[in-house]
Design a protein around this ligand. Structure first.
Ligand code: ADP
Ligand code: MG
Length: 482
């Protein structure tokens, strides 16, 4: 269902385009050999280039270029064999050179696409306009001293990929799905860790509103939003604000705004600057970036299987519905875990256990799949005990909980607790007889036509057998006796 904002004068459609800054995974910075590790002592990872010392020359880091190209390939995008670095001039206290080196007119990656999945089961292709490489700035710290601001240049010069989407997104949900999908692809590729809390992934959110069928109206850009949830909230708040402005007879001015999560509103930061304000020009210290086709092809052949391809394969190979497959492929580690459980077993049953009992146990114990208290092999062994009828499904749940708690193997728990399924028909018949004898009143009602009581009898027999009866045999025995 289309997302609309109901104003006093009718419905408004929301138009969104995202500019995502993704920090490149690389040991060294884009134009210097300084380290990039997060959380280091301030100003301990700064070369003269990063500090903007006069006369220092930038040297392009080949690995950062490779990471950008891998990302472009992962987004099905055009790779531009010739691109160029420009200077984007502006003043920031934490930008010592007075300019940022960024690709402007000729980015390394051109048009691509990202397929997003929505809650109603549909999917939609979102256009990627471009991806370009640029340097990050340093960080100003205003909370370290009562009267002074401090500057940390560790981040100055770190490589960023700016990934710009087409204005194809139409709701907060779509924007959230886009960001999650992009993060998933970046992590698969190993080109960005996608950690929004540490700022390795930040989004500028462009929002406008219009009447259905109209051309686009003026947009505002909400800067540097650092979580998926906040992106979704910022869109809603900003779109609602713009609707009110238009409906009151005003006009929305193009500007840069900030989202305040505490108040749930955006506020103006500055009027929007135009490209010419930055006085872009080709950086005279750097040659054009020219890529070798064979080198790009080599990077392409080294790409891992990506989420969409894996999802399609999971559906075909393990018979999974779209939803299960989509959930299981979000993180590579989860997908690998699932496959280790599912291989050679019932794929749908394996998915139910991973997405149900295992995810619940991970949430409860606050652990990730990488340090799951139950390994894929151990969970597989539990499924095998069900498959060969050593235990029934209800007992399996109990065994799984014990596995989470003690780390023991399923087989050992079954033996120690005596949980083996009872298939001895003599024992089952005896339990049935005892239950029928104890519930003469219910038996009479059943025989008088109250069929629903069959379930009650199954429950009682199972209870009498401490849950260990073979469900099929219990059913049969009851039918005979009734
Ligand atoms: P700039 O570089 O000045 O921010 P761009 O033209 O590169 O401008 O666009 C930036 C982002 O704004 C893109 O993600 C684009 O999809 C989005 N965008 C452009 N026009 C609109 C609009 N009318 N409403 C919403 N988003 C828009
Ligand atoms: Mg912008």
């Amino acid at each position: 269902m289309a997302y609309v904002i109901e104003g006093a004068t009718g419905a408004w459609e929301v138009v969104i385009g995202l500019e995502v800054h993704a920090q490149v995974i690389s040991r060294a910075k884009l134009f210097s050999g300084a380290a990039t590790e997060f959380g280091a002592e301030p100003n301990s990872q700064v070369s003269f280039v990063d500090a903007g010392f006069p006369g220092m020359l930038p040297v392009l880091n080949r690995e950062c270029v490779a990471q950008a190209v891998r990302t472009g390939l992962g987004l099905d995008a055009q790779i531009n064999l010739v691109s160029r670095f420009d200077r984007k001039n502006y003043f920031y206290a934490d930008l010592p050179a007075g300019y940022q080196i960024s690709q402007y007119a000729h980015p390394v990656v051109g048009a691509g696409r990202i397929e997003i999945e929505l809650a109603d089961g549909t999917s939609k292709a979102i256009g990627v306009t471009r991806l370009h490489l640029e340097q990050d700035a340093g960080k100003s710290l205003h909370d370290q001293h009562p009267a002074k601001s401090m500057i940390d240049l560790n981040r100055a010069g770190v490589a960023l990929m700016e990934i710009v989407s087409e204005p194809d997104l139409r709701s907060p949900e779509e924007a959230g799905a886009y960001l999650r999908k992009l993060r998933s692809i970046l992590r698969y590729l190993g080109t960005c860790d996608g950690n929004m809390e540490e700022g390795s992934l930040r989004a500028d959110v462009n929002v406008s509103v219009r009447r259905h069928g109209e051309p686009f109206r003026t947009r505002c850009e909400v800067k540097n939003v650092n979580s998926v949830r906040f992106v979704m909230h910022a869109i809603e708040a900003e779109a609602t604000r713009q609707v009110a402005v238009w409906e009151a007879g005003g006009t929305v001015d193009q500007e840069t705004r900030l989202y305040d999560p505490a108040r749930g509103e955006t506020r103006s930061m500055r009027s929007k600057e135009d490209a010419h304000d930055y006085r872009y020009f080709p950086d005279p210290d750097l040659l054009p970036l020219v890529l070798d086709e064979a080198w790009v092809a080599g990077l392409k052949s080294g790409l891992p299987e990506l989420p969409d391809a894996k999802r399609a394969r999971f559906m075909g190979e393990y018979g999974l519905p779209f939803y299960d497959a989509a959930v299981l492929v979000v993180e590579q580690a989860t997908a690998d875990f699932y496959e280790a459980v599912a291989r050679g077993r019932d794929g749908k049953q394996a998915a139910n256990w991973v997405m149900g009992d295992l995810f619940a146990a991970l949430n409860r114990t606050g652990r990730g799949i990488a340090d799951s208290p139950v390994s894929a092999a151990a969970l597989g062994a539990l499924l095998d005990l069900m498959a060969d009828a050593t235990i029934n499904g209800r007992i399996a749940k109990e065994v799984f909980e014990a596995m989470v708690e003690t780390g023991e193997a399923a087989e050992a728990i079954v033996t120690r607790k005596g949980l083996r399924q009872v298939t001895d028909t003599g024992a089952i018949d005896a339990a049935v007889a005892a239950v029928l004898a104890a519930h003469g009143d219910k038996l009479a009602e059943y025989r008088a036509g109250k069929d629903k009581l069959f379930g009650f009898f199954v429950g009682q027999v199972m209870k009498a057998m401490a849950g260990k009866g073979n469900p099929a045999l219990v059913n049969e025995a009851l039918k005979r006796a009734l």
